[in-house]
Design a protein around this ligand. Structure first.
Ligand SMILES: *[C@@H]1O[C@H](CO)[C@@H](O)[C@H](O)[C@H]1NC(C)=O
Ligand SMILES: *[C@@H]1O[C@H](CO)[C@@H](O)[C@H](O)[C@H]1NC(C)=O
Ligand SMILES: *[C@@H]1O[C@H](CO)[C@@H](O)[C@H](O)[C@H]1NC(C)=O
Length: 383
């Protein structure tokens, strides 16, 4: 065959390959779009024949990922003495009694910590945390202007004052109901993170890393896949709304019957049920697309484990398509693009902060507005 013929064939072959590639690509795209619109339509779960529930390896530490207002205090109280009595380790038997995230456990010897977590519905967690916050003397008696405003506001008016929301970001921001605990992206020196430990003497650097982490967690594909995979490998995770089954799975995992009494309930401290208006619930839903996705996945994963205990059959749940990002927020930027420009940036944002926010969003493929200003019209999008 002549050189010309060979290159002609090569050309034809390449063209065909390219056509096939693009054709397939667009088919996949269509399927994806369809499944986004029709979220309920998920693939039948796959049956895993040799599935087994993991049990705690007693020569490893148990590391408890404790998201605030997720029932963690009673976990610490109940689990810590049991783990300490059964552990075959000399030290670091139970790493808990603080709000640790995954990054903290990475400071230990590789594979020496088994992380566990108790999850809670992200919306109830926020509502409970809001009411709980108001009972804390350091908050209630503070003379700081934003704290005074926080104490004077209802939940509804709180979510209309962005400068107050900044100082209480953990009450509303996405990912604080477990997602960032599992990803290891908690970004506040209140939490037990590797950043806090490593940069304890360099607060400027610590803050800078926290800002970077806040952006990283807006990458839903990365954040959610990582968290879902880690959850699947976790020996135990519980769901506060399914406490009895959580206890059964925990007892299996630890190798001893465990009852989780639910201490530190916020209604006990405030003397009334934790309530929030329809409007507040709607806003919280818009603010938390990622953690809601994870919580939904966690529930199906949890049910699959419970059902395995009962039937011996394990059906591995599928991940649903990534959520629609109704809001992408950091502590200093609130961006909930609805019909209008729903955007606000804090005066505290350092130079270049806003620019890196938009740059990052652009890299993520998020459509960003042409003109941004510091207007605040929290018209939360409907979705
Ligand atoms: C438990 O962990 C140790 C290392 O910490 C390992 O050597 C051992 O094989 C593990 N046991 C089981 C049953 O996996
Ligand atoms: C977001 O995450 C995906 C998946 O891990 C990764 O391929 C992509 O580069 C990330 N995007 C940015 C802007 O970091
Ligand atoms: C942004 O600008 C482009 C072209 O300049 C225009 O087509 C688009 O409608 C604008 N978008 C908004 C939200 O104003």
């Amino acid at each position: 065959m002549s050189k010309a013929k060979i290159s002609l064939f090569a050309c034809l072959f390449l063209t065909a390959a390219l056509i096939l590639f693009y054709a397939n690509g667009s088919i996949e795209l269509k399927v994806y779009e369809k499944s986004v619109k029709n979220v309920e339509k998920v693939v039948e779960p796959e049956i895993i024949e040799d599935f087994e529930l993991k049990t705690w390896n007693r020569s490893k530490s148990i590391g408890f990922l404790h998201c605030g207002k997720c029932g963690g205090t009673s976990m610490d109280r109940t689990l810590s003495p049991i783990v300490r009595s059964l552990s075959e380790r000399k030290d670091d038997k139970y790493i808990g009694n603080m709000h640790y995230d995954w990054s903290y456990f990475e400071l230990f010897e590789k594979d020496s910590v088994e992380p566990i977590i108790l999850l809670r519905d992200p919306i109830s967690r926020s509502v409970s945390n809001y009411h709980f916050k108001k009972t804390i003397p350091g908050v209630a008696n503070s003379k700081q202007p934003t704290y005074v405003k926080f104490m004077a506001s209802s939940f509804d008016t709180f979510l209309e004052q962005p400068e107050v929301m900044v100082d209480f970001a953990h009450l509303w921001i996405d990912s604080f109901a477990g997602l960032s605990m599992i990803d290891g992206l908690m970004s506040d020196d209140y939490y037990g993170t590797s950043t806090r430990k490593i940069y304890k003497d360099d607060r400027a650097k610590m803050q800078q890393i926290f800002w970077e982490r806040e952006l990283m967690r807006l990458n839903a594909t990365w954040s959610l896949n990582l968290a879902a995979d880690r959850l699947e490998k976790m020996g135990w995770f519980g769901i506060l709304e399914k406490l009895e089954d959580s206890e059964i799975l925990l007892s299996k995992y630890i190798g001893k019957t465990i009852k989780l009494s639910h201490a530190n309930k916020t209604p006990d401290r405030t003397g009334h049920e934790n309530l929030a208006s329809e409007q507040v619930l709607h806003k919280l839903n818009a603010l938390k697309p990622m953690n809601l996705w994870l919580y939904e996945f966690a529930n199906r994963l949890f049910d699959a484990r419970v059902s395995f205990l009962k039937t011996g059959i394990y059906q591995r749940p599928e991940k649903k398509p990534m959520p629609e990002m109704s809001c992408t927020c950091t502590r200093l930027i609130i961006y909930c693009p609805g019909g209008e420009l729903d955007f606000w940036v804090s005066k505290e944002a350092p130079a270049g902060y806003e620019e890196s926010f938009w740059n990052y969003l652009q890299q993520l493929g998020v459509k960003i507005p042409n003109k941004t200003g510091s207007t605040f019209q929290l018209e939360f999008p409907t979705f």
